[in-house]
Design a protein around this ligand. Sequence first.
Ligand SMILES: Nc1ncnc2c1ncn2[C@@H]1O[C@H](COP(=O)(O)OP(=O)(O)OP(=O)(O)O)[C@@H](O)[C@H]1O
Ligand SMILES: [Mg+2]
Length: 314
Amino acid sequence: MIEVKHLTKVYGEARGIEDINFTMERGEIMGFLGPNGAGKTTTMRILTCFMPATSGTAKVAGYDVFEDSLNVRRRIGYLPETVPLYTDMQVPAYLKYVAGLKDVPWKKIKSRVGRVMEQVGLSHMAHKYIGELSKGYRQRVGLGQALINDPEVLILDEPTIGLDPQQIIEIRSLIKGLSGDRTIILSSHVLPEVSMLCGRVIIIDEGKLKAIDTPENLVAKLQASDSVKARISGPADSVISALKGIEGVKKVESSGAVGSSGEYVVEFVRGFNGSHLLARVAVERKWDLYELTPIKMSLEDIFIHIVTDEDSSL
Ligand SMILES: Nc1ncnc2c1ncn2[C@@H]1O[C@H](COP(=O)(O)OP(=O)(O)OP(=O)(O)O)[C@@H](O)[C@H]1O
Ligand SMILES: [Mg+2]
């Protein structure tokens, strides 16, 4: 559905993006992650025909974004970083106007506007001028204009930015609900949001694609060891030395005490989970084992690792 090859954008002297390559199947949700200035918006602007690439190609639904931009625009909905809204228009009038621009057949415009207002939770704001709306509601209008042509492909640049926690939950579930047949790219600085919504993630840093995979695979590839957190009663010194004696244990660290028991982080060599051996040791020594939980790297850990480590790419 989306095919990006050697995509490069140079802004005068400045770097935009450099040799970005990826493909997406219909129905996928892809997350763009990267620090400020990484190139997320640049990539999205090229895919949505807002500006041409310096070199490389991009195809959306089989159409080249440069050669066949009209066909691409018809199939795409774009929520830009800053939505160009007309503050002196009422919400339905604005959505009708965008529907016209996007070639929605005139007979369908009224029903599309009503449907979209419902989808993004704007029905009760129908009488308001856009200028009167709060930031979060304007963001909903932005999402509404992206959806008005019922697009096959949705490109959402930081869709939940500026929304309150309740709205964030609603917009996330709206996005989730829009997936299915639709192909969606979204950028976000909220990493749990990306893990929650996206089947795959692209990490972009300094204009380059550093990693592309499912959040789970990224974690599995980068997780250097298997660690567990254990809470055990018993004298700390004896516990630590007993834990260090277990097969496959690389490192043991005390991470505090809860009542009469101590908390320990036990790191095993990669790919070896010795939790059962740890439990056995506790039983043999007659120590009580209150907790034994695996410690997983989060997408946040992965992201920090990739963008702070110069040589890192996956
Ligand atoms: N119109 C422009 N003219 C010149 N340079 C630009 C322009 N737009 C973006 N850039 C540069 O291109 C690079 C990528 O910017 P881009 O806006 O794509 O980043 P981003 O990943 O979306 O960042 P953010 O998280 O801050 O939104 C940056 O170095 C930026 O300064
Ligand atoms: Mg951006």
